[in-house]
Write a protein that binds this ligand. Structure first.
Ligand SMILES: [Zn+2]
Length: 379
């Protein structure tokens, strides 16, 4: 092992304290990893688990979201890698540097566990597989979507997307941008990749038999998002399902099933009470208060749902009409660029579908448009 490996540091409001090798120190206090130690070297989280950041491409990312946090977990035979980074030379050389620092030959990676299909997680899986012979693991419900992105050029298709966007009320002059945003990152996916292990159902053991690692299906951010739970060491590799400072984007599309947000909230409750000492997410920083963080995210959506109800009336509205009537972190609707509008409209749809599933809102088809209106009390 190289000497540049760091131990774990936490922010405790007093300049940070070392929690080397997983020693328990003020463990009952909510703790977030110190930003100052999120630097360019791998970190030993607990014995046999290393974390390092694979940077986004230059120009992508912001503030404390600058890359993908990847984890190496020691197996009886070699290592299991959790998530990768965008398929691009810049992140790949950073990934190889981290392995060199750790003294881990790439051939020793036996498994690549992809939490979800987005290219900042799956992107390098193909290159790593080619270089190491590792088996790539992902869930069927994401593989069925990623197939569109990793096939040969002519297979890359978002057939149906534009037609679907029209039903949300997206006007003709914004449809092009809608398509561009949805197809962002085509080249950053692992071209030609076929996973070796396709998970199905709710829970699956992964890695070496007896290794104690369990994949848990947590749909919402993507349909087949999976967290990895290490029950023995009480670690949750949470992917983008639970992050410390942001809520993951819930973005229904023509390829997803009904009520992604409802599925997401259920999947939050599913992990809430797991015995977890440390949440190891794919972005930002690790932290140790899973249940509290889940409650914060549930609260966030409760407030958003109320806001949608206030904005809705008994006049049916398309998601495109409703989105400008609620507030957005990125600013007012009029100032939003087309990309953010796409995200806002899809996020709005996610919320009204959940309200519809709860009987608060009813959906009406109106001349090809999907509209929603508030159910009157008692209805
Ligand atoms: Zn991500």
């Amino acid at each position: 092992m190289g000497s540049a490996i760091r131990l774990l540091f936490w922010d405790n409001g007093a300049g940070g304290c070392a929690l080397g090798l997983g020693a328990i120190l003020e463990w009952h206090q909510p703790q977030v990893w110190s930003v100052s130690t999120m630097d360019k070297v791998p970190v030993e989280v607990v014995p046999g688990v290393y974390m390092f950041e694979v940077p986004f491409l230059p120009g992508l990312g912001q503030d404390d979201m600058t890359g993908t946090l990847c984890y190496l977990i020691k197996q009886q035979d070699g290592w299991l890698l959790v998530d990768t980074g965008y398929n691009h030379d810049h992140p790949y050389s950073a990934f190889r540097r981290h392995l060199d620092t750790l003294g881990v030959p790439i051939e020793d990676i036996r498994w690549v566990f992809v939490t979800h299909y987005h290219p900042d997680h799956s992107g390098l899986a193909g290159r790593i597989r080619s270089a190491s012979g590792a088996r790539v693991i992902m869930h069927m419900d994401d593989w069925s979507i990623m197939q569109y992105a990793v096939g040969a050029g002519e297979v890359w298709t978002l057939d149906g997307l534009v037609e679907w966007a029209k039903t949300l009320g997206v006007p003709a002059n914004e449809l092009g941008q809608f398509y561009d945003t949805a197809s962002f990152g085509r080249t950053l996916f692992p071209s030609g990749l076929e996973p070796d292990v396709v998970l199905e159902g709710e829970e699956n053991p992964v890695g070496d038999v007896g290794g104690g690692l369990r994949a848990i299906l947590t749909p919402g951010h993507s349909p087949g998002h999976v967290c990895l739970y290490d029950e023995e060491r009480k670690l949750l590799f949470s992917g983008d399902h639970v992050l410390v400072g942001i809520t993951p984007h819930i973005s229904p599309s023509h390829l997803t099933s009904y009520n992604q947000l409802g599925q997401y909230l259920d999947a939050l409750r599913k992990v809430r009470d797991l015995e977890v000492d440390m949440v190891l997410p794919a972005h930002q920083r690790p932290f140790n208060y899973l249940a509290r963080r889940v409650d914060e995210i549930l609260d966030h959506h409760r407030v958003r749902l109320e806001e949608m109800i206030t904005a809705l009336t008994d006049r049916p509205m398309s998601p495109w009409e409703l989105a400008p009537r609620v507030t957005w972190d990125v600013g007012s609707w009029d100032d939003m660029d087309a990309t953010n509008r796409v995200l806002a409209v899809r996020e709005t749809l996610a919320h009204v579908e959940l309200l519809e599933s709860r009987g608060r809102v009813s959906a009406i088809e109106d001349e090809g448009l999907n509209k929603f209106r508030l159910c009157s009390p008692g209805q």
